[in-house]
Design a protein around this ligand. Structure first.
Ligand code: 4AD
Ligand code: MG
Length: 464
């Protein structure tokens, strides 16, 4: 039987009697082996069959004599659709460092590792929609350009049509944004939550899934300036319902990866094992990638309050010689990722849901607890990552919300639309945000968030 395949050459090996071409069309991590006999395929064609070249092959599909593949194609014709000069093509059939590949982000989807990651990004996105669709949630599109600061952290990219060098000024010397295209100061959204709440208080259960932006200048392996976030928002949910949904959701996504991405996971797992071999024995992870994924699916997440966690951290000695890099000052301090990871990886050895944080370190919209000191917040902490989900029950009581906004200096006039949900038909409601790239780090076993998004946006990095 003759078959036709098109794809890109990964490698070519052989001798003057026979050539073996590993061809990949991007649909899977697996290559198809094309056997090219120099008596059938002209030498001038074979010369152009180099790593990265694109080919159209016609041939016979036969059982393979060699090990490593069940079938192979014995080529009758090969057409080189696009050559890739080996002197100039940056990707060669050898291991390239991730740092180098980040510099050629336009070509890195053609590597095995990045094609596996991109296919898994697709699978995980699909699973997100499937999970919520099965539950009857509505996918809601929230704006990218907004006039509010959902997190109140001031980490926003300004969007303006004004001339930055010569903006119109008010009498007091400040920029007059009323002359802008939008007639007011606008920015790229940091979260779709506040608009999501408007949806939940009309449709019951909604979720958003879109790009969000943070102008924080943090150069870490866990932060991007542009990342994708999934934010479900549910009317009539309290904090516990919220935690239950978040735990079920994360388990569903990880199980989906195990069920639907077996080939790509096996490849990424092997990559990780090779990487581990180069580390000193005491730094190697005892768990393989699939072990880690199963560990999340099979364990009930540990639920602890912030106050209990602070006690655990204060009484711990993470490393006999050295304490935490950031010492725990006491109740009220925000946790650093080293603390979060200690709780998950060393103390509980399971994913952890931390709840009821001090109000001072959380956003204005979180529901005040009866102690008047803590809010109904929850963060989910994962091994190797720290915070993967952040959420809360929302403050549905107009008077308390309004007082909290005054305390935090949030102008009521600008948030009147938000306060209307509390003025008219308010109900208890909750929601959370899952950082999609943090999830991708977890399911792929990659060490750097820049390597799980096709075109990372980090300080000093916006080439395309
Ligand atoms: O904890 P955050 O800031 O929470 C919110 O934005 C809420 N409005 C969510 C909600 O309740 N609807 O962000 C939520 C999650 C974090 O847990 C983390 O996974 C991810 O978004 N995240 C980032 N991911 C990559 N780069 C960054 N700079 C991130 N900042 C937050
Ligand atoms: Mg958070």
């Amino acid at each position: 039987m003759d078959v036709h395949v098109k794809g890109w050459v990964r490698t070519k090996r052989g001798n003057k009697h026979v050539n073996f071409i590993a061809l990949n069309d991007g649909s899977t991590i697996n290559n198809i082996q094309v056997v090219a006999d120099p008596n059938t395929i002209p030498e001038n064609v074979l010369k152009l069959v180099t790593t990265g070249a694109s080919l159209a092959v016609t041939g016979q599909l036969v059982e393979s004599q060699g090990s490593g593949q069940a079938v192979e194609i014995h080529a009758k014709t090969i057409e080189v659709l696009g050559a890739a000069d080996p002197e100039k093509y940056p990707l060669q059939p050898k291991k390239h460092s991730f740092e180098f590949l980040r510099e050629i982000a336009h070509l890195r989807p053609r590597t095995n590792t990045f094609s596996a990651i991109l296919r898994m990004r697709h699978a995980m996105s699909f699973a997100v929609h499937q999970f919520f669709n099965n539950k009857g949630f509505n996918y809601m599109h929230t704006p990218i350009i907004t006039g509010s600061d959902a997190e109140g952290a001031g980490e926003m990219f300004r969007v303006t049509t004004l001339d930055a060098k010569n903006p119109p000024l008010k009498e007091d010397g400040s920029v007059d944004f009323s002359e802008d295209f939008f007639g007011k100061e606008t920015n790229l959204t940091v979260s779709g939550q506040l608009e999501g709440e408007l949806g939940a208080l009309a449709l019951g259960e909604i979720y958003t899934f879109g790009p969000t932006f943070r102008a924080e200048n943090s150069n870490t392996t866990r932060h991007l300036a542009e990342f994708w976030m999934i934010e479900p928002e549910m009317a009539f949910y309290d904090l516990e319902d919220n935690m239950n949904l978040a735990e079920e959701f994360l388990k569903y996504l990880v199980q989906y990866a195990l069920d639907h991405c077996a080939d790509d996971l096996a490849f990424l797992e092997k990559r990780l094992l090779d990487e581990e071999k180069n580390k000193p024995a005491n730094e190697r992870s005892a768990m393989s990638l699939t072990d880690k994924l199963r560990f999340v699916v099979e364990n009930k997440f540990e639920r602890v309050s912030y106050t209990e966690a602070i006690d655990i951290l204060r009484n711990s000695n993470p490393n006999k010689k050295k304490k935490f890099q950031y010492p725990i000052e006491g109740w009220g301090t925000d946790l650093q990722s080293e603390h979060e990871r200690y709780l998950v990886e060393k103390h509980f050895q399971k994913p952890v849901i931390l709840s009821d944080y001090p109000k001072e370190i959380k956003a204005f919209y979180m529901r005040m607890n009866d102690d008047n000191k803590t809010v109904a917040a929850m963060d989910i902490l994962f091994p190797g990552i720290g915070e993967i989900v952040g959420g809360s029950q929302r403050e549905e009581r107009l008077d308390i919300l309004s007082a909290r906004m005054t305390e935090m200096g949030i102008p009521h006039e600008e948030m009147d639309w938000y306060l209307d949900t509390r003025r008219f038909g308010t109900v208890p409601h909750s929601g959370f945000g899952l950082g999609f790239e943090r999830l991708m780090i977890f399911v792929t076993g990659m060490g750097n968030i820049r390597d799980v998004i096709p075109f990372p946006r980090t300080p000093g990095n916006a080439e395309f």
